[in-house]
Design a protein around this ligand. Structure first.
Ligand SMILES: NC(=O)c1ccc[n+]([C@@H]2O[C@H](COP(=O)([O-])OP(=O)(O)OC[C@H]3O[C@@H](n4cnc5c(N)ncnc54)[C@H](O)[C@@H]3O)[C@@H](O)[C@H]2O)c1
Length: 273
């Protein structure tokens, strides 16, 4: 009755938006490790080309790279036509977002609610929400019409709870100059939970849609930031980059065939407190 093959992704194309970013790369490696063909949609062509070679040498899988802007429906339709010449699309990971690393980007006063620009609002909402909607529309409709498939939306622990802005606090600065996680991050990540529920119930017989809410990942953060953030997490640490792959493969594969509309926290327990 049980076999390892329930996790098998061979003979299918699995689209990963933002596929050559920090976490997207790990998604693509996980997909290839289970035999799937990662389809990398990312503006960053050079990083995508490097990833393509890595995947070929480590997993003997030929990934595909499309250096496109996911907010363009026209470009997504061209990609759809191209992929389906050779492979059935079986999965979509809506992962791309403008992901400001507050401690590093010098966002400071411009990230604060009082000063947040409409230009940044439009850019963040466009990539995180419009891009995910368009990919769902283009690739989800196609999968629904043909072989069916699984959509995984990548939200965040900050889709479930509010950012604790004191984590980003810099000593000796006035409150009005303190950097914060931008308001759009909460809105995009919460919006993806809504998109998940909508999609899960819209095409219920052929498309499953679930949402992963990852917590923060170790990435050379300062020790002072780590001390503060780890105190918020029952496991007492951030995630390692490879700790989301298992859940992603589970959700993309037939191992999760009865799972639809689930919002799954993987955050060391942070959202339990
Ligand atoms: N890094 C974390 O600790 C963390 C934690 C929780 C959730 N997440 C979520 O995981 C996802 C990936 O995060 P990350 O840390 O890898 O971010 P990242 O910034 O490293 O990667 C994002 C990728 O998206 C691409 N991209 C941006 N706009 C695009 C567009 N219009 N069209 C095509 N590609 C575009 C970028 O080129 C980049 O490669 C995001 O949704 C983020 O919110 C990350």
């Amino acid at each position: 009755m049980f076999s390892k093959s329930i996790f098998d992704l061979t003979h299918g194309a699995y689209i990963v938006t933002g596929g050559s970013g920090f976490l997207g790369r790990a998604h693509c490696h996980a997909i290839a490790a289970f035999g799937g063909t990662p389809i990398i949609l990312d503006l960053n062509k050079s990083a995508s080309d490097i990833l393509l070679e890595e995947i070929k040498s480590e997993h003997d899988v030929r990934a595909q790279v499309y250096p496109i802007d996911i907010t363009s429906k026209e470009e997504l339709l061209k990609v759809l036509a191209e992929i389906t010449k050779s492979l059935p699309i079986k999965g979509l990971v809506n992962n791309a977002a403008r992901n400001p690393v507050v401690s590093r980007t010098g966002l400071e006063t411009s990230s604060r609610l009082e000063n947040f620009s409409l230009e940044d609002w439009d850019k963040d909402i466009n990539v995180g929400l419009k891009g995910s909607f368009l990919c769902t529309q283009v690739f989800g409709s196609h999968m629904n019409e043909f072989q069916g498939g699984s959509i995984v939306n990548i939200s965040s622990d900050l889709g479930i709870i509010a950012p604790k802005q004191s984590l980003y606090k810099i000593e000796n600065k006035n409150e009005s100059e303190q950097p914060v996680k931008p308001v759009t991050y909460s809105i995009v990540k919460t919006g993806l939970i809504g998109l998940t529920r909508y999609t899960a119930s819209y095409w219920p017989t052929k498309i499953r849609c679930n949402c992963l809410c990852p917590g923060g990942i170790e990435n050379n953060q300062s020790q002072s930031f780590l001390n503060k953030v780890c105190a918020e997490i029952p496991l007492g640490r951030l995630a390692k980059l490879d700790e989301y792959g298992g859940a992603l493969i589970f959700l993309l594969s037939s191992a999760s065939s009865y799972m639809n509309g689930a919002i799954i926290s993987i955050d060391g327990g942070r959202t339990t407190w």
